[in-house]
Ligand binder design. Sequence first.
Ligand SMILES: NC(=O)c1ccc[n+]([C@@H]2O[C@H](COP(=O)([O-])OP(=O)(O)OC[C@H]3O[C@@H](n4cnc5c(N)ncnc54)[C@H](O)[C@@H]3O)[C@@H](O)[C@H]2O)c1
Length: 260
Amino acid sequence: MARTPTTWSFDPASMFNLAGQTAVVTGAASGLGRAIAHGFAVRNATVVCADINIEDATTVAENIGNNATAVKVDVTDTDSLQALRDGVIEEFGGYDILCNIPGINTRQSVLELSEARWRQILEVNLTGVFLAAKVLGEPLVNQQSGSVINMASIRGLDGGPNQSAYSASKGGVVQLTKGLAAEWAPGVRVNALAPGYMKTPLVREAMDDKEWQKKMREGHMLERFGEPEEVVGAAIYLAAEASSFVTGTILSVDGGWTAQ
Ligand SMILES: NC(=O)c1ccc[n+]([C@@H]2O[C@H](COP(=O)([O-])OP(=O)(O)OC[C@H]3O[C@@H](n4cnc5c(N)ncnc54)[C@H](O)[C@@H]3O)[C@@H](O)[C@H]2O)c1
């Protein structure tokens, strides 16, 4: 059996293990957040499944088992985020991993999109991450340890028609991630995931448009959409000791979308 060099600070055999860690995952009731919550639990973390949809979040927590709990939160509401933070600290004594996942979208051109919907998309996708950073990030900064994972998108890196609000919000998440990484180093690491198109309820409606679906599928070098579970490995990596020298990074999980 191969031996770990005695000078290494950690054992590669356990560098993806999250045992002893508590993870707060917002947006855990559906899609990518649900997959990530499951993945963290399988890697032995205690997971708090937070979502505005408490019914589905409760089902996810029940399916996970392993001490997972569900909490209602609206990431656009500071009081709601404070209640989540205080509740988790009371129940688990603190947390180590913060995953900011919620996102919404509307496929409309700028000329069609209402100002109200623009504000709503920016509010959930970008301001929600800012507020979560302020409220849920503070204990991590105080304890000078932890890993924050924000949810960006390929659309925060490139663009494309009929989703300017979404692209603008995700571009904001990319830059906010880098800003937080700089402000919270060296104690707390902050990174973001940038997935390609993944089969979740967020894109279900657009899937009915067969022409769009074909075009988007072909935009990925791997010529398909991703499954929600295909983002889990990257999330575990960013949460775990395996990425101990990684901060301020935007990790693409996009079937080659941004490379072509
Ligand atoms: N599916 C994709 O193709 C794709 C690609 C790149 C990035 N993303 C991003 O991944 C994240 C998750 O998307 P998904 O595809 O899993 O979508 P989804 O619709 O399946 O899940 C989104 C979750 O966020 C929750 N949510 C919405 N508003 C909230 C709020 N104000 N407070 C708390 N929770 C709220 C919803 O209840 C839902 O459970 C989003 O940020 C999305 O932009 C998705």
